[in-house]
Design a protein around this ligand. Structure first.
Ligand SMILES: Cc1cc2nc3c(=O)[nH]c(=O)nc-3n(C[C@H](O)[C@H](O)[C@H](O)COP(=O)(O)OP(=O)(O)OC[C@H]3O[C@@H](n4cnc5c(N)ncnc54)[C@H](O)[C@@H]3O)c2cc1C
Length: 384
């Protein structure tokens, strides 16, 4: 693996960093306090193409490679995890999944709108009663002539209230178990589709998280992505992409924690000198640095395997697990470096901890990542 970025990748990283520092970071605390969806930021971002970064140019995206994509995600997350979550669900979980599984007609119909941000995507797998055990989902898809009629409830769906299109996993025949699950591309304007905003989140407060209620949502046969029985494969392939992006976002968030801790430690004086001069403060900074470097390399490795066309389920899981735990650790350490000032929202580190906390939970909890890694190591499947 070549650890040097190409000049094009360096340029993309610089473009993303400049935009994030100028147009996202200064407003992040305000959007977070108001729990407001950052529409104005997305509008400014549209001309840069980041909303459809990894989607090929022929379908309206930037067509960047996976390494470039994780560089963009890292830089945006360094400025604001809420903005990052909007992009990564749109690109990794929805756009790339339609690209992989869609018919030419489905790709031509949806990808340009997703890539431009005209129709943001959301990904509907989790339900009130099924999270880690996703295959036990209860949303039903019943055949009716040339249509499918969907009924059920999805829970914790990022972009749910702002999306124009939802990727919905539903059970076509409960007697078939996981083999009966299918994925559907559902326009959110379809009658019977309702998104209820979930308020009171610990973090990611500027992002939309929703309960989706589907009541007799009627879609044509052509809305199915893949075939009957492909639904879990569709969802798991989305999560392979999602976990690499999420790993990158954790690296960006952890980097923001270190940046803030470094700045503060050089500024804050105790015992007559900057606290940066104390070895126990340097120990915390050093620990953060090492965690970030290690996580970044794991993310780059998983991304570079994707660029080579090699399946990266294990590496994506390793990267997501390590980077998310590192993000939580770094956010905690950043607060420790800030002392009492880390506990009030005059400084960003409290928000960083709140935003980091979800990363060990979603797109597979840390326990689920360990089970995936364990299955790869032993060949034994702990999920059945
Ligand atoms: C802000 C936010 C945004 C989200 N966005 C989306 C989205 O866009 N789309 C979507 O589909 N979902 C989304 N989710 C849902 C998320 O993916 C789930 O919350 C996650 O998969 C965990 O499921 P659960 O919450 O039902 O927890 P559970 O599965 O009930 O887990 C509870 C605990 O049990 C542990 N556990 C479960 N099974 C095992 C096992 N076999 N062995 C050991 N421990 C186990 C878990 O690790 C966890 O600690 C989002 C969640 C949040 C909070």
């Amino acid at each position: 693996m070549d650890l040097d970025l190409t000049p094009e990748q360096e340029l993309i990283r610089k473009t993303a960093r400049d935009f994030a520092e100028r147009e996202i970071a200064p407003y992040a605390a305000d959007y977070d306090r108001k729990e407001e969806f950052p529409r104005a930021i997305l509008e400014k971002m549209k001309p840069l193409g980041f909303l459809g970064a990894p989607i090929p140019q022929e379908y309206g995206g930037m067509g960047v490679d996976a390494v470039s994509y994780v560089l963009i995600i890292e830089e945006i997350a360094r400025a604001d995890s809420s903005v990052r979550s909007i992009i990564s669900v749109n690109c990794s979980l929805v756009g790339l999944t339609i690209l992989k599984w869609g018919t030419e007609e489905q790709k031509r119909s949806w990808l340009p709108r997703i890539a431009s941000g005209e129709s943001l995507g959301c990904f509907g797998l989790t339900e009130p009663g099924s999270g880690s055990d996703a295959a036990s989902l209860q949303t039903r898809a019943k055949r009716d002539g040339d249509n499918w009629v969907l009924n059920g409830t999805k829970m914790f769906i990022t972009n749910g209230t702002v999306a124009g299109v939802a990727l919905v996993m539903a059970q076509t025949d409960p007697s078939l178990g996981a083999k009966g699950i299918a994925a559907f591309v559902v326009p959110t304007e379809t009658p019977g589709f309702k998104a209820n905003e979930i308020h009171g989140k610990l973090g990611l407060r500027a992002s939309s998280t929703a309960e989706l209620v589907l009541t007799d949502v009627r879609v044509p046969d052509s809305a199915m992505l893949g075939g009957i029985g492909d639904g879990m494969k569709v969802a798991l392939s989305a999560l392979d992409n999602g976990r690499v992006g999420l790993g990158a976002s954790c690296v960006g968030l952890a980097q923001a924690c270190l940046d803030a801790a470094l700045t503060y430690s050089k500024d804050r004086k105790q015992f007559g000198k900057p606290i940066a001069g104390f070895q126990l403060i340097q120990e915390m900074l050093a620990e953060m640095h090492v965690e970030i470097e290690a996580a970044r390399l794991l993310v780059w490795r998983a991304a570079s395997l994707k660029d080579k066309g090699i399946r990266n389920t294990l590496e994506a899981s390793v990267a997501k697990f390590y980077a998310s735990e590192a993000a939580v650790k770094c956010a905690n350490l950043a607060i420790q470096v800030h002392g009492g000032y880390g506990y009030i929202d005059e400084y960003p580190v409290g928000r960083y901890l709140r935003d980091a906390r979800v990363t060990t939970l979603y797109e597979g909890t840390s326990q689920i990542q360990k089970l995936i890694i364990g299955r790869h190591l032993t060949g034994e499947n702990a999920f059945v």
